[in-house]
Design a protein around this ligand. Structure first.
Ligand code: ADP
Ligand code: GLC
Length: 480
């Protein structure tokens, strides 16, 4: 199949969260299966500066209609491996910035224009480049209008740009909601400016477009596919999701074992595996050292890596301040984002500098070291579409402590509920729930054999992307 992906993040070129990992790994896994895969991504500064993208060649000059303006852009392309071509949509005014979405805690004011331009430019490149795709697949709100622009371009110019469209929602909490006047910037037919289209409580909702008009809709775990049909998790779009219930599937993300694999990970100080776990001790010592602690500390290390946003349950960790201050353990956090959460974590570090450390930045190498060197990985998300770190943790022999929501429920088995199968500890997404799980973690760590059993089962989990890619492949084939 000829498969086109459109996404605003792509590992290793630009990443703020799991979207980058998921799209990067899915594209590669589909190429492995012999499909011809193209991925469109904005030519952000970080992408153009990435060593892997320096070979990108200028392909087309584009003129894109955005409202009553005609904006110029350029598309560059390169092929990092057989079967995969990456197209960079470039326009310095929009994408030559330090961050993908905003700065100083605020979204960029021109985000609607930026991502309308991006999606239209992807469609225009497919048209002038005669792509004739089987599947056109957009991800998240930034690419939610892509299926609509694609059908609109077919209507205007004739011909078929893609046989079927697929849209994946990685997180329904981010919808791309803009003032009503934004509709004019899309140049879509007026009938879409209605309740049955993009209109959403007097505003325009990009995500709603993708959810309503793609031929198939997917999300990133079976559990989340159910959850988003409810008012509790649907973020106001549960009705829209329900209206597509027959066309929605939840496909669990996988782990890219070329990137997240302790046996070959170049970002950790010593390789290790279930069969030969000695290296994990060295990773542990290095993690302690880099976090400013005594490398000989023998108590449990709790690691945490996340975007600092409410979703990730950082407040539940903060509410358990006493636990981390009083118990003989270490808490090592890597996270960037919300200033309030960062300040609160800094305060926790100030209260117990000998026990808690915070790296408030994006740091890919540190994220691998935390996965490898910790004994437990703390992820008490309030909601979690899929979640990747709890899977990485298991593969790295690090026992995840997670809440009972979304993809976490599909990927972790509680060791107290299931003594023979458990791979982690699970809790309700409340402060008391987390406290209970942390207490159980201490107990588990206190029993070498029991901790060892849970760790061994975690190590043995198979989250390979090949499995997930086969499910996408089947979905594509069924839709065709
Ligand atoms: P989400 O996509 O909601 O952020 P996921 O668990 O799906 O959550 O994926 C998060 C990804 O982002 C993981 O690869 C994780 O290691 C990475 N990540 C999050 N915060 C940081 C950080 N501060 N530095 C480096 N990587 C991070
Ligand atoms: C989103 C979700 C996360 C998921 C990731 C990749 O960012 O928050 O749960 O793992 O997308 O699909």
């Amino acid at each position: 199949m000829r498969i086109v992906h459109v996404a605003s993040e792509l590992f290793p070129y630009v990443k703020t969260g799991g979207l980058a990992d998921a799209v990067g790994a899915l594209a590669s896994a589909l190429a492995d299966k012999g499909h011809e895969v193209s991925v469109f991504v904005p030519g952000y500064r970080s992408v153009l500066e990435h060593s892997g993208a320096l070979q990108a060649e200028r392909k087309h000059q584009l003129k894109i209609e955005v409202g009553d303006q005609v904006l110029s852009g350029e598309v560059r392309a390169f092929s990092p491996r057989p079967g995969l071509t990456i197209y960079l949509i470039c326009r310095d005014e929009f994408f030559d910035r330090r961050n993908p979405y905003g700065a100083g805690g605020r979204d960029y004011e021109d985000n609607a224009d930026r991502f309308i331009f991006f999606c239209k430019a992807a469609v225009e490149t497919m048209r002038v480049g005669e792509f004739q795709a089987d599947i056109a697949h957009g991800h998240d709100w930034q690419a939610a209008l892509f299926p609509l622009f694609l059908r609109d371009a077919e209507r205007r110019h004739g011909g078929t740009l893609a046989v079927k469209t697929v849209f994946t929602v990685h997180n329904i909490a981010y919808q791309g909601v803009f003032p009503a006047a934004t509709f004019g910037r899309t140049n879509l037919p007026d009938e879409l400016n209605s309740m049955d289209g993009l209109e959403y409580y007097g505003q325009i909702n990009f995500l709603k477009g993708g959810l309503l008009f793609a031929d198939r809709v997917t999300t990133v775990s079976p559990r989340y596919a159910q959850e988003i049909q409810t008012a509790e998790f649907g973020c106001g779009l549960e009705g829209v999701i329900q209206s597509r219930a027959g066309d929605i599937s939840g496909i669990l993300n996988g782990v890219d074992l070329a990137v997240w694999n302790p046996a070959i990970d170049p970002l950790i100080p010593a390789p290790y595996s279930a069969a030969d776990p000695a290296g994990k001790k060295l990773c542990r010592a290095e993690l302690l050292k880099r976090s400013g602690f005594d490398p000989k500390f023998t108590g449990p290390i709790f690691g945490m890596i996340c975007r600092l946003v409410e979703q990730k349950g950082v407040d539940l960790v903060l509410a358990n301040r006493d636990f981390f201050v009083k118990q003989n353990c270490r808490l090592i956090v890597l996270g960037a984002g919300d200033k309030r959460l960062e300040d609160a974590l800094r305060q926790l570090v100030a209260d117990a500098p000998e026990k808690v450390s915070l790296s408030a930045r994006l740091d890919e190498a540190m994220s691998h070291l935390i996965e490898a060197g910790s004994d437990f990985f703390v992820m008490p998300s309030l909601f979690e579409p899929c979640g990747l770190n709890q899977m990485y943790s298991q593969i790295y022999g690090t026992v995840p402590v997670v809440s009972r929501v979304g993809g976490l429920m599909d990927t972790v088995i509680d060791a107290d509920d299931n003594p023979s199968f458990g791979t982690g500890l699970m809790c309700l997404p409340t402060a008391a729930g987390l406290r209970d799980a942390l207490d159980r973690a201490l107990k588990l760590f206190g029993s070498r054999t029991r901790y060892g059993d849970v760790q061994r089962r975690a190590f043995a989990r198979d989250f390979s992307w090949a499995k997930a890619a086969a499910v996408y492949e089947k979905l594509y084939q069924d839709s065709l």
